[in-house]
Each structure stands twice: as C-alpha cells, then as structure tokens.
Design a protein around this ligand. Structure first.
Ligand code: F6P
Length: 575
C-alpha cells in the first residue's frame, strides 16, 4: 500500500483495500476467462486442422467477400487464413476476455500503459486533428504536438523555398538524418516510399556506427549545403552520438565551429543534451516521453518526411493514421482491421504454432516496410515476461522477415510453399502504379495474387502428374518429378489492396500495424512499449569498447571475448 494511504482515515483505507482486492479479483477472473477461451480455441483448432483451405472456399462461395474489411480504398483480405466464423467468434471472445476495448480506451486517454517506464503511449495524439488527449501530467498531448509541429511546418516551408541558408549563405539542398531503430526505420521507410516526389531537398539516413555508412554519404555532399539532423529520443544512443561527432568534425572542417552549429537540427525528448551538444535551441524540435521510440515517426523524428514531400501531402500522411485511430477505437472488433490482424496473428502463432511471419510488399516503394515492422513487432512483443512480472506462458511475437515481391519469389518462397514449417505472409499491392509501365504493374499484381492463391490452394501430386503429362513428360519423368512438384497449400496469407501508394495509404498501413502490435501485447499481457532486452547488450558493448581499442586489459572480458580480443589485436598489429 502506498505511503499516502497511511495518512488516509480507516474508512478510506478499507475502501482502497477493497478496490485493490476487486482489481486483483478482476485480473484473476480475466486470466481464467482467457484460459477458458484458449482451451475452446485449442479444441476448435483440432477440429479445423484437417480441413484444407480448398474445402473452406468450396463450402462457402461468399468467403472472399465475408473475410475482407474495407477502409476507404484500402481492403484487408483475410479470406486465405485457415479459419471459419467459429474461429473468429472464439478469437473475438479472447479479445474481450483480455479486455481489449478497455485497453484501447486506456491508451487513448493517457493512462500509463507503459508500466515499467511509467509512461503513457500517446502517439495517436501526434496525428489527431482534435480532442483532448490527456498526458499523465494533465496537459493536452495534441496541443503540445501541434505547437512543435507548427514550428516544424514553418521551418520546412522555408527550407523547401530555399530560404534556409547555410553558414556561407548557400541554400540547403540535403538533410542527413542520424538515428537508429525507431529514430530511423520509420522515416527511412517513408522517404523511400515517397522518393517519387522530387520538389524538396534530398534526404539521407545513417544508422550504423560503422563509419563507412556516414563517410560514403558525406563524401558526396557539401557542408555548406547540408543539415545534420540528430534524431534521438534519449540523445544518448552511442551509435547516434558517435556519428553526430563525426558529422560535426566534417562540418567544422568545412565551416568552422560557429558555422557548423548552424547546420545542426535535433529531434529529441532530451533538449538539455542537444543544447550541450551545441544544437541551437531554435533548431531543436522536441517531443515527449509519451511517444515510444518505435512509434515516433509522427513526431519531429520524422521531419525529413514533410521536407521531402511537402506539408500538404504530410498532412494526408497524418490523416491516414488518424482515420485508423478512429477506426480502431470505434469499429466493432469483427470489422476492426488492426484487431482482426492481431487476432489472426494470435491464431497462427498460438494455436496453429507458426513461428515466423513474412512481410512481402508487392510494391517497391514499400521495400523498407519489412525492416520497419521487424522493430515494431519484435521489439514491442518479443518478450516472455507479463506486465505483472510473471511468465507469459504463451508464445509471443513470431520472427518477422521479408522482402518485396516479386524478388522474394526468387529467394525464400520455396520455403513458403514447400517448407517443413509454415510461415504466414502479409502481402501489399497497389491497384495503380506510381511509376513504371502498365505492363510491368499488371505482371506485379498478377504475381501477388497468384502467389497468395498458390500458397492457399497448393498443387496435389495427382495434379502435378496431370500437369507433367500435359507437358508431354514420359511416365518415368512424371514418377520422378511429381512428388517434388506437389505443394501442400493450406498456407495462410493476408493481402492489403489499395488504390495507389499515397501518403494517406502509408499513414493508414503504419497505424494499422502499430495498433495490431498493441492489441497483441494486450492479449499476450506483455509490455509492448518498453525494450529492456536491448539494455544488456548495450551495457556490455560500452564496457568492452576500451578492450577492443586496446586501452584496457582484456581480463575483464568473458573468456570467449578475451580470446577474440587477443586474435583481433594480433590481426591489427601483426608482429
Ligand atoms: O533499440 C533500442 C532503442 O531504444 C529503440 O527502442 C529506439 O528506437 C532506439 O534504440 C534509438 O533510441 P533513441 O531514439 O533514444 O536514440
């Protein structure tokens, strides 16, 4: 019981005790309800396991229509999932047993949903057009975000008009964004998605502390025309700070110390650290603790996006996400795209036992989507401890990988079709291209649809034999090849179809997956907004760096590392 409670009178204390007891009871009840629904899902899984997707389609001609949800021009087609109405009913029971609607309200109303760090998760407020979005401190998150966004808008307007001049009076033509993880992956993905807009500065993204990445980029740029954005929520990530120091040397060499300061921007929560680094206050665009790193693309971390595409299109990007925020909060779960995506993921992960998921955008502009979703999904839900500090007792985030189609068809689709393990896949495809020929786009879309169908329907051995016979193969060849040619099918895919990859579309897709991840965290009862697992490696790297540099005896290292450090030094300094 908290310290304050000892100052309460007896009746308040008993009220507090009763409330805590009822909350504990509710939590226990909740867990029991979840367990009971999971047991029903397991029994149902045993029933449905032998039923091939072919049979599911054959027995329900309306399946393609009924197992799809549209949000404006975006269609989420989940008809090629191994599920029925009964499955969906039980999955919705699971969502309600986990109190998903309450959890959504808690997040949107500024509760400290991130309990280990005592923070709210108010990234929807960054793209909201109205409403009161209370922070734990009782301020309105949306108003705070709007105030900074107005500063970003003014800056971007001047930048794109060529009115932001460098230390030598030259207009700025390039922005180099230094950041990693959530301070890089989202903006980098968006910049590649929109690089067909060519009326703004060029933007470059550096994440790796491997100096070659920064060197190769700066080698092609002029200090007098380049801004360096230090994108770091904490302003303490060693890779980013090391890159920022190297960039500062590059600027100082070309412009002198005072001139160099003019060419720095910062997007951070830690304003004092940015000031200490030498970034002028008017060039620091702050955000807040209630914005998680991997949910920060909507903050000043993503200022390269409006720099690249202009403010009108950037507002469409934000509006797309805000539409999904309303949809996630208001749509019934059966028609709720993020909730359905989350529940299908739980069904595939926890009941069908699939340990991975493939992300295959049939859209070259979304080629960075797999990398972005790797952090969003695996850093959010790659956990085994419950929010209360216990063991989850369920499998949580699957391993997420992916490449754009059609490229992926020539790398890992063999495993998707005939592997000993099943990896569900999410496909994304535009009805209309943003470039290239119509013939190329038709082939792209045909491949996307064909692969989704082939994964679901497969090819039986008799059908393989028929195909080979129709190609005139002799009996011996047919006998030899048919077993290798058969594909089991029954392999699930989701498919997102949209008119064209516009800023609004990408805003929607990102918000759908942000909310999917949140919903799965609620169902698995893990803390989706912290990332304690990355701390150990960071701490060890910090203590090992002097050994690698040769500044300290390697006795402090683990024997396996000590041996490596010895070999490393021998290679560096051959006798
Ligand atoms: O990977 C750990 C992590 O803290 C991420 O969650 C975060 O996006 C990234 O490092 C960068 O952190 P920062 O934005 O504070 O530099």
């Amino acid at each position: 019981m908290s310290q304050e409670s000892t100052e309460l009178n007896a009746s308040d204390r008993s009220l507090l005790a009763r409330r805590e007891a009822s909350q504990a009871e509710t939590k226990k009840d909740q867990e029991l309800r979840k367990k009971s629904v999971l047991a029903q899902l397991e029994a149902h899984r045993d029933e449905i396991a032998p039923v091939h997707m072919r049979a599911l389609f054959a027995s329900d001609p309306s399946r393609p229509e009924r197992y799809a949800v549209a949000l404006d021009d975006l269609t989420f087609d989940f008809s090629r999932q191994k599920l029925t109405d009964k499955t969906l009913g039980l999955l919705l029971d699971l969502a309600n047993a986990a109190k998903l609607p309450d959890a959504i309200e808690a997040m949107y109303t500024g509760d400290c949903v991130n309990r280990t760090e005592g923070r709210a998760a108010l990234h929807p407020a960054l793209r909201a057009k109205g409403g009161y979005w209370p922070t734990p401190e009782g301020e309105c998150a949306r108003q705070k975000a709007t105030a900074v966004r107005d500063r970003v808008r003014a800056f971007i307007g001047r930048l794109r008009a060529g009115l932001v001049l460098g230390a030598t009076g030259s207009p700025i033509t390039d922005i180099v964004s230094l950041g990693v993880g959530g301070s890089d992956l989202g903006p980098f993905m968006a910049a590649r998605a929109f690089d067909y807009f060519e009326d703004g500065p060029s933007v470059h993204f550096i994440a790796n502390v491997d100096g070659i990445e920064l060197a190769e980029t700066l080698r092609r740029l002029h200090p007098s025309k380049t801004l360096i954005l230090v994108a770091s929520k904490s302003f303490s990530t060693l890779e980013t700070l090391e890159n920022a120091k190297s960039a500062r040397e590059w600027l100082t060499e070309g412009l002198g110390e005072v001139g160099a300061r003019k060419h720095f921007l910062a997007a951070t929560v830690n304003v004092p650290a940015a000031l200490d680094f030498g970034v002028p206050r008017e060039q620091i665009f702050e955000f807040w603790d209630w914005v998680g790193g991997r949910f920060s693309i909507w903050s000043s971390v993503g200022l390269t996006i409006p720099a690249l595409i202009g403010w009108r299109r950037y507002e469409e990007f934000l509006e797309g996400a805000a539409e999904v925020d309303r949809h996630f909060r208001e749509a019934p779960l059966r028609e709720n795209i993020p909730a359905l995506l989350a529940l299908i993921g739980v069904w595939n992960r926890n009941l069908l036992g699939h340990e991975a998921i493939a992300i295959c955008p049939y859209d070259h502009r979304l080629r960075r989507l797999p990398s972005y979703l790797q952090q969003l999904e695996m850093e959010s839900n790659g956990k085994r401890t419950t929010r209360d500090g216990g063991r989850v007792g369920l499998d949580t985030a699957p391993v997420l990988f992916g490449e754009p189609g059609t490229n992926a068809q020539h790398s890992f689709f063999q495993l998707l079709h005939q592997g000993s393990q099943v990896a569900p896949a999410d496909f994304f495809v535009a009805a209309k291209p943003t470039g290239g020929s119509d013939a190329q786009h038709a082939l792209l879309v045909a491949n996307c649809f064909a692969q989704a169908e082939a994964l679901a329907i497969g090819l039986t051995e008799p059908e393989a034999r028929e195909t080979l016979a129709s190609e005139g193969k002799d009996a011996a060849t047919i006998d030899r090849i048919a077993p290798h040619m058969a594909c089991p099918g029954d392999r699930p895919t989701n498919l997102f179809l949209y008119r064209q990859l516009e800023p609004r579309t990408l805003g929607r897709l990102i918000a759908i997956y942000e909310h999917k991840v949140f919903a799965q965290g609620v169902i698995w009862n893990v803390e989706s907004f912290d990332q304690w697992g990355v701390e150990l490696g960071k701490r060890r790297a910090k203590s090992l760096t002097p050994l690698v540099r040769g500044d300290a005896p390697s006795e402090d290292a683990h024997p396996s590392v000590r041996n490596l450090v010895k070999r490393l030094h021998a290679l560096r300094n051959p006798q």
